[in-house]
Design a protein around this ligand. Sequence first.
Ligand code: SAM
Length: 350
Amino acid sequence: MDPDKLMSFVFRAVDEVGATLNTALVVMGDKLGLYQALADGGPLTPADLAARTGIAERYAREWLSAQAAGGFADYDPDSRRYSLSAEQAVALTDRSSPAYLPGLFQIALGSVLDSPRITEAARTGAGIGWHDHVPDVHEGCERFFRLGYNAHLVAEWLPALDGVVAKLQTGAAVADAGCGHGASTLLMAEAFPASTFAGSDYHDGSIATARQRAASAGVGDRTHFEVAPAASFPGHDYDLVTMFDCLHDMGDPVGAARHVRQALAPDGTWMIVEPSVGDQVEDNLNPVGRAYYAFSTLLCTPCSLSQEVGLALGAQAGEARIHEVAASGGFSRFRRVAQTPFNTVYEARP
Ligand SMILES: C[S@@+](CC[C@H](N)C(=O)[O-])C[C@H]1O[C@@H](n2cnc3c(N)ncnc32)[C@H](O)[C@@H]1O
């Protein structure tokens, strides 16, 4: 046993505990408008921040010090003021930036809040459904994944599919299964006004939110949302069926693939968006892989285990496994068409 290595591991772990606690502080800062106040009016003293946001000064001081200690804000000892750098301000307050982080922290916090139940479920192998989580999981998921869809879906992912954009422009029928709050459905509906979009998800709460989002976005006329599992969503002759970051959450992804196959028009396309990962564990031992394995332990795997079949692909199933699922569902053609650090996009054709 090397005592120096032990101490360096202990200090790394202390940093880790600080990071875990900061997950709650980031969500706190987001919900109370603390980062926004710093971005708008910094540098600020704790009293300034308290006055601008209406929170108690004593909490402002402690929260600000934690942010400065963790590199989430800067501190100037001469003026005793705290500020955000331009980069921190973008990542913590700019909702239009692909680097906007609060949604990722929100889903992480929700996952941690629900972890006692996951710990119990692990003893027996029982599952916990997506519907059974605190709302921070659902909202954080929407807020985080939407960033990638905003940046890539219309500009890169749909054009990478064979012949799909031309169909969408002239008027296609699209089903978005496992759509959650409908972020992907709405983006497509806004970009392709001649097409119609049928979103579905097994979670009724998510579908209720998706309907509200569609009405607020003014695309209620060409979107329709139904509560339905992916293995039986309604409709047929779809030109495009999409699944965004949800195939691996399903209990029976092969059953879902079979259903997509028979719901598609003969020359239709199934677009599968999944986390970006390598096929082997050793390919994923990096920061993104680490976050995904943790989310998979707390959210994705229990969700799949809570459903019939309970295949539990895990968030990092990898291309070979997703290909197998599509082939078992009756798809003869399969290829990877796009990739970002967080998502890989596959095209499956009959
Ligand atoms: C990680 S979320 C992704 C949601 C959405 N597609 C997005 O990208 O924001 C996974 C979604 O899969 C849904 N889901 C899980 N199992 C399902 C099933 N068997 N059928 C339909 N939806 C399912 C969950 O309710 C949840 O909305």
